[in-house]
Design a protein around this ligand. Sequence first.
Ligand code: THU
Length: 143
Amino acid sequence: MNERVGRDDLERLLRAAQEGIARAYAPYSGFPVGAAILTVAGEVFTGCNVENAAYPSGLCAEAAALGSMVSAVGKRRLQAALVLIARPARAWPCGGCRQRLQEFMEADGMVYATGLELEPIGVPFAQLLPLAFGGHDLALPAT
Ligand code: THU
């Protein structure tokens, strides 16, 4: 459901998100999430949600994937992100994670959502966070 991210890359994202969700730490919500991000160079990074007894200190899967990328290889531009939930339903990144993704997403980047036994559905990132605030507003170099 997107011309820019091919079937092979979508499969890679899905497998990475499945690996992520298998490691999710979500004892409080019972809502495990796996995320995967794809750089323009084709690298894939994985994340899962990491909850905390102090609830607001929990981490979303997308934030974990971004942290994994930056800590492993530094900043990269992203062509896509995928969010997988452990239900026969889809969920889109929360507001905070849309802003986190904005930092690294290409202008024409895509976000996919999928769940158990479902086909991923993709939407342009710009549709998830229109009129986004970013480094350009601070007149700093783009990341
Ligand atoms: N969660 C994510 O990992 N990503 C999102 O975009 C939305 C929510 C997690 C946070 C929490 O661990 C659980 O899902 C329920 O909110």
